[in-house]
Design a protein around this ligand. Structure first.
Ligand SMILES: *Cc1c(COP(=O)(O)O)cnc(C)c1O
Length: 338
């Protein structure tokens, strides 16, 4: 099977496993796990932030970010397809008691002008607008990337209106590799950033939340009450350290593989359109066949993928898909008759 369902499916490489097994660990709730401490310092420095918090999942780091950036009754602005809204089980409401203002972005990318229009006036009727959250790359938008210039405008508006900014950067390294922009330039636009190590970077578990020292001290208290205080987490942090050192540049290869598969799909009669492939995610609109049926047909031919809506399928390339498997997938798709 060529498994293109998600970039979370990767398993540690033998080299990563070696690093895990030889990790120096301690009790992280006591702040005594040297491998966790090293990871937190390293990832914070990469984005020019003061501090970082190693978390279980990017859902957890997003949820903690929303909690530390808001107070109950505040409002969060994000795109209608944002992961924090759509795929985190209503956590914003349950964990932080905030309301959400959903914007209709271009493939999930909201603009400074849209945000400006949706900031509530200071009036007792309205929730207080407090946080703007954007996602890069945008999963629902087919892994598309934000323009840094637009993000700088967003930051200006937020600073001018006393709003906090959060980046759901589960796949930020895919965006940076695709655009050639620097982590520091992106880091300076946000109060908090959530980064996932268990997607394209290929670590088994883990995410990080970045922010100021004060914000991360607060975040550490929130993580504790979410049940996320962990002990010898260094075994997992070791994998994330390894991924940061070895698995960033190679994301280029995932993007090439996605682009090849996307080009091949676009030519097939059962596909109406492929959303332009910018990184490692391919979203294809089906033609004359339901997405669910197409996914079953793909599976019968040895390719696993997801339905993304009733008319769309999603395929994702990652570390565990070799160039040979990509070529096989292209051959299979080219030969498929429906
Ligand atoms: C996957 C994903 C998350 C959540 O990551 P988990 O580690 O699976 O909890 C958050 N945001 C985006 C954009 C994602 O794609």
């Amino acid at each position: 099977m060529i498994d293109l369902r998600s970039d979370t499916l990767t398993k540690p490489t033998p080299e990563m496993l070696d690093v895990i097994l030889s990790a120096e660990v301690g009790d992280d709730v006591f702040g005594e796990d040297p491998t966790v401490n090293h990871l937190e310092e390293k990832i914070a420095a990469k984005f020019g932030h003061e501090a970082a918090l190693f978390c279980v999942s990017a859902t957890m780091s997003n949820q903690i970010a929303i909690r530390v950036n808001t107070s109950p009754q505040d409002e969060v602005i994000c795109d209608k397809n944002a992961h924090i809204y759509k795929y985190e089980g209503g956590g914003m409401m349950a964990n932080s008691h905030v309301s959400v203002r959903l914007l209709d972005g271009d493939r999930g990318r909201i603009t400074a002008a849209q945000i400006q229009e949706n900031i509530n006036p200071d009036n007792v009727h309205f929730p207080r607008t407090k946080l703007v959250a954007i996602e890069n790359t945008m999963n629902k938008g087919g892994g598309c990337c934000y323009n840094l210039k637009e993000v700088q405008k967003i930051r200006e508006i937020c600073v001018g209106n006393n709003l906090r900014t959060h980046l759901d950067g589960a796949r930020i390294f895919n965006a940076l590799v695709a655009s050639g922009e620097s982590a520091l330039d992106w880091g300076s636009q946000f109060d908090t950033i959530s980064i996932c190590f268990s997607k394209g970077l290929g670590a088994p578990v883990g995410s990080a939340l970045l922010g100021s020292k004060e914000t991360i001290d607060h975040a550490r208290r929130v993580r504790k009450i979410f049940g996320g205080g962990w002990r010898q987490a260094g075994y997992l942090a070791a994998a994330c350290n390894y991924a940061l050192d070895n698995h960033i540049d190679r994301l280029k290869e995932d993007h090439i593989k996605a682009s090849e598969i996307g080009k091949c799909l676009a030519k097939r009669p059962f596909i109406k359109e492929v959303i332009p492939v910018e990184t490692n995610i391919i979203i294809a609109e089906c033609e004359g066949v339901e997405a669910e049926k197409l996914v079953r047909i793909f599976r019968d031919h040895g390719i696993l993928c997801f339905t993304f809506s009733s008319t769309q399928i999603r395929l994702v390339t990652h570390l565990d898909i070799s160039i040979d498997q990509m070529n096989d997938a292209v051959t299979i798709i080219n030969a498929m008759k429906i």
